[in-house]
Ligand binder design. Structure first.
Ligand code: DMJ
Length: 660
């Protein structure tokens, strides 16, 4: 047995005497305080106790992290987010992003001076009241949405809540006026994510090229901005570090899913999938544009399902597909432009009962694929009947279609204007692609396509001066206009795809001429970026072939030229197409990249000193432009083989149906 311990711990460092003195002086102080306290009157004692209590309460209330923890307000993800933020650097640390790259690329969009003045809150943006409002909206539960859609639907739930009214333009545009924090998912870290199923993107035999790596880096830079300032919202506004809403359905995130898969960005894909799984809900009182939501959302979900074989994406595709069907309830069965996916009602724009021809004839690949996957033929029937109707319709000019069609009468309207640009473009693209998708059996589609190509050759082709570039102009009541939208640059790729599928070799020759023209629309411009619309010069002279009207000087980060370069490279293997694409890629990096994350459309491609950022990154920049860049720079011709997949008009690859 050990003897009982006689010394306490203090005696280990002090002598016994010291210890006694120390304890004595402590006791003395305690006793003297107590004596003084006893000497106070009852009133004085109560007052002191009251003041102490007030001080403790105030201290707790003004110490936020303590309050959050005590109030149970700090979620695990918020705590985690705080941990990865350097307090001296307001930028969150995003794994995989090399901070140095911004300076290396020497790409600068000057931040407008009025924004420079606005110092961001250390880890918050916007007044706290607004953060709270947006957060509440972001965290809305499915049942709350349903509740709102009850009686509130009639008056418009969004407006009743005192939020910004919907501005209708091709669907709903809800402008966010303040930047917000990314909304952490309530169910984060819940379901384990499997990335091991589906189509594995194999490493290319020669590895990934440096140019492909540069595209991956650009994607990560764009994603960084989206993740930090616009997570779960439709579009990033990279200059104001904010977001814009169109449908309020996370458009950029959905559009980018298959791009991330193809680029091998597993971590980013995983996070995005988690958002789709826990946050994406179509139970919303919102007007969406049928065409845009079909090509971006339905198309994006279907292609991601095919690449991953993950049924989550198919389930979501079925949900949105079914919700879009009311658009076809029209007297003519030509769909309305807009659908309210929560109410199940559809309508044309306020000012007309017309729909746009390209819009009603470029939703077929997606709905047909949805029918094949679900074994529910109502989707295919609805879109096939539109094509059959248009096939028989009077009012075409050598196979060229007008831009509008009436949803009551089913007739073309505004006859006499023919373009391969806005409002007609993807009609031609989808004629060929549906024919390919269905195994080249639907001869009406092929007939219409071949006739249209002849119509283009006969009516719309001209050569510019001085370089004799072949371009596609427009016809307006028999008057030729040398105007060409950048949108028309989808055509070389489509022509090349047709030739690859057995159509006349001269289609390939025309494709090669046209893609060179599209490249020149970049090369002849001061920033190396194409404007939205060009005018080709027809008079003999020196100088440029390309002219630009002041109103057409903007560049929206569109994909069409890169898309066509990709097709041409795949089919000819001529490296000049990769080199042209590389030039364009560098110009995007130089003039549209925003140092703090994201890329911005610009207002003036003719002024390298001041390209004037428009503060918007369109979802198709991630869905299409960067995807086509990556594929163009790849020498792995099996990477999304064009003999197995057909790309929808938003660059989402869908399978060519197996022949039965
Ligand atoms: C995309 O949404 C699609 O490519 C559409 O067919 C045309 N416009 C944009 C890209 O420019």
């Amino acid at each position: 047995m050990y003897p009982p311990m006689r010394k306490d711990f203090i005696s280990l460092t002090l002598t016994e005497q010291d210890s006694r003195n120390y304890n004595n002086s402590k006791n003395w102080r305690r006793q003297s305080c107590w004596r003084k306290w006893k000497q106070l009157s009852r009133l004085q004692r109560s007052l002191i106790l009251f003041l102490l209590a007030v001080l403790v309460v105030c201290g707790i209330a003004t110490y936020p992290s303590l309050a959050e923890r005590w109030g149970g307000l700090a979620s695990a993800s918020e705590v985690q987010a705080r941990n990865v933020v350097d307090p001296l650097d307001p930028r969150p640390v995003v794994p995989g992003i090399i901070p140095d790259l911004d300076s290396k690329m020497a790409l600068v969009l000057p931040e407008p001076s009025h924004l420079k003045q606005r110092k961001p809150f250390p880890n918050k943006r916007g007044p706290p009241g607004l953060q709270h409002r947006v957060q509440k909206r972001g965290n809305i539960s499915e049942s709350e949405v349903k509740e709102r859609e009850g009686p509130a639907l009639k008056g418009g739930a969004e407006e009743e809540e005192g939020e910004k009214p919907l501005v209708s333009w091709h669907g709903a545009m809800i402008e966010a006026d303040q930047a917000t924090e990314p909304q952490p998912s309530a169910k984060e870290n819940e379901a384990p994510l499997s990335l091991d199923r589906g189509v594995q993107v194999p490493p290319a035999p020669g590895g990934v090229s440096e140019r492909q790596e540069a595209v991956v880096e650009a994607f990560r830079h764009a994603w960084k901005g989206y993740k930090e300032f616009a997570w779960g919202h439709d579009e990033l506004k990279p200059i104001s570090k904010s977001y814009g809403e169109w449908f309020g359905l996370g458009l950029t995130l959905i559009d980018a899913l298959d791009t991330m898969w193809i680029l091998g960005l597993k971590e980013e894909f995983k996070e995005a999938k988690q958002w789709v799984s826990t946050e994406l809900s179509f139970t919303k009182n919102v007007d969406v544009n049928l065409f845009e939501s079909t090509i971006r959302i339905l198309g994006g979900l279907l292609s991601t399902y095919h690449l991953t074989q993950d049924s989550l994406f198919l389930d979501k595709a079925k949900d949105i597909g079914a919700r879009l069907m009311p658009a076809f309830n029209t007297p003519s069965k030509i769909p309305y432009s807009d659908v309210n996916i929560g109410r199940g009602s559809a309508h044309p724009p306020r000012w007309t009962s017309d729909s746009t021809v390209a819009e009603v004839t470029s939703i077929q690949l997606e709905f047909r694929e949805l029918s094949r996957l679900t074994q529910d033929d109502r989707y295919q029937k609805a879109v096939d009947s539109v094509m059959k109707h248009v096939h028989k319709l009077e009012g075409k000019h050598d196979g060229l279609v007008p831009m509008f069609i009436n949803t009551n009468s089913g007739q073309f309207t505004h006859l006499g204007v023919y373009t391969l640009g806005a409002r007609a473009d993807s009609y031609y693209e989808y004629l060929l692609k549906q024919w390919i998708q269905g195994g080249k059996k639907e001869t009406e589609l092929l007939e219409d396509y071949l006739q249209a190509v002849e119509g283009v050759k006969k009516n719309l082709l001209r050569k510019s001066e001085p370089r004799k570039l072949t371009f596609v102009g427009e016809l307006s009541h028999n008057h030729f206009s040398p105007k060409m939208d950048h949108l028309v640059c989808f055509l070389p790729g489509t022509l090349a795809l047709g030739a690859h599928n057995g159509l006349p070799a001269e289609h390939m020759e025309l494709a090669q001429q046209l893609v060179e023209t599209c490249y020149q629309m970049y090369a002849q411009i001061e920033t190396g970026l194409s404007p939205e619309i060009v005018q080709f010069n027809l008079m003999p002279r020196n100088g440029n072939d390309v002219e630009v009207k002041p109103a057409d000087r903007h560049n929206l980060l569109r994909p069409e030229t890169v898309e066509s370069l990709f097709y041409l490279y795949r089919f000819t293997r001529d490296k000049k197409y990769q080199d042209w694409g590389w030039e364009i890629f560098q110009s995007f990096n130089k003039y549209t990249r925003v140092p703090t994350g994201g890329f911005s459309s610009i207002s003036n491609v003719r002024n390298p000193e001041s390209p004037d950022p428009r503060d918007k990154m369109e979802s198709f920049f991630l869905g299409e432009t960067l995807k086509y860049f990556y594929l163009l720079f790849s020498d792995d011709f099996d990477l999304i083989s064009l003999d197995k997949y057909v790309f929808n008009t938003e660059a989402h690859p869908l399978p060519i149906w197996p022949s039965s």
